[in-house]
Write a protein that binds this ligand. Structure first.
Ligand code: AMP
Ligand code: ZN
Ligand code: FE
Ligand code: FE
Length: 276
């Protein structure tokens, strides 16, 4: 167990715990520094900060932006982003609206091939946050259209699934620029999934990438060591965390299962102070 976890989701995207409940869990796990990194949404940050205000737990405001490239999906984390900026919030609202339209289309497509789920139920499951495919998967589980969460992605709503539909999203360079524009520190999420990482990194760094996840959820020692070397080669701050969603699958890692050393947090803070 570690005491830094810089990748956590709440009910404001596709996590199952409210910010308040997540903070309680983080405190139970003895965490010292965490970041809330919901997809396209920062609305859970203030609730988390309030819930941690009587403790020694430090909360770094964060976000996770999903982008698409020819090599697949790439997610960019933004630490210390100026989440109270109105223009940023306008952009995030647009991103979330496009998620709603797309989710609706996926549900229609699923209904069309005989999968019995209700759009209203999917919306209900998404609640106040950014709606995403995991909410559709949950609805499918409820109606027993699938047996496991994974099956939903493999057969239906994953990139190669029969009901997959694209949505508007920033490209990876726009995501990095957006985070920089609002004084955040852009960090590449779960790079273990990315093909051609060595080729891609110099381009991302040119746009302002400052860190990369190394200590990530279920990466094994070899992967972590390999990523550590790559981060050090490109002088990227080694970050990481559990990417906890509270979906309770057998393989899900709990907050604090994996994360970077406190030195990485200090480097992020140092950079933040230099930037602003
Ligand atoms: P969306 O935001 O609608 O594009 O959905 C992306 C989210 O779905 C990711 O952040 C993951 O939490 C989840 N996800 C994507 N692909 C898979 C998969 N193959 N298996 C399980 N969860 C997935
Ligand atoms: Zn997620
Ligand atoms: Fe991600
Ligand atoms: Fe995530």
């Amino acid at each position: 167990m570690v005491n830094v976890d810089l990748h956590l989701h709440t009910t404001f995207s596709d996590g199952n715990l409210t910010p308040d409940k997540l903070i309680q869990l983080a405190l139970k796990k003895n965490l010292h520094v965490i970041s809330i990194t919901d997809h396209d949404c920062t609305d859970g940050i203030d609730e988390a900060i309030l819930a941690a205000s009587d403790s020694n737990l430090t909360i770094i405001p964060g976000i996770e932006l999903n982008t698409d490239t020819d090599d697949g999906e790439i997610h960019i984390l933004g630490y210390f982003i100026d989440y109270q900026n109105k223009d940023l919030q306008k952009l995030l609202t647009e991103c979330r609206n496009s998620r709603v339209e797309r989710a609706k289309m996926i549900v229609e497509k699923l209904n069309g091939i005989g999968i019995d789920i209700q759009w209203e139920r999917v919306q209900e499951l998404a609640g106040h946050g950014a709606i995403g495919r995991p909410h559709i998967a949950k609805a499918m589980l409820e109606t027993k259209s699938i047996r496991t969460f994974q099956e939903a992605f493999e057969k239906y709503i994953g990139r190669n699934g029969v009901a997959y539909i694209e949505r508007f999203r920033l490209n990876v360079f726009e995501a990095i620029s957006t985070i920089r524009q609002y004084h955040g520190i852009p960090v590449l999420a779960h790079p273990g999934y990315i093909k051609n990482l060595d080729k891609l990194l110099p381009n991302l760094i040119e746009f302002g990438l400052k860190g990369m996840e190394v200590f990530y959820a279920n990466y094994d020692k070899n992967t972590i060591n390999n990523l550590k070397n790559i981060a050090s080669k490109y002088e990227l701050i080694p970050c990481g965390g559990s990417d906890y969603h509270g979906i309770k699958t057998k393989t899900e890692k709990l907050p604090g299962a994996l994360g970077p050393p406190i030195e990485s947090v200090n480097q992020l803070i140092e950079l933040k102070n230099k930037q602003s």
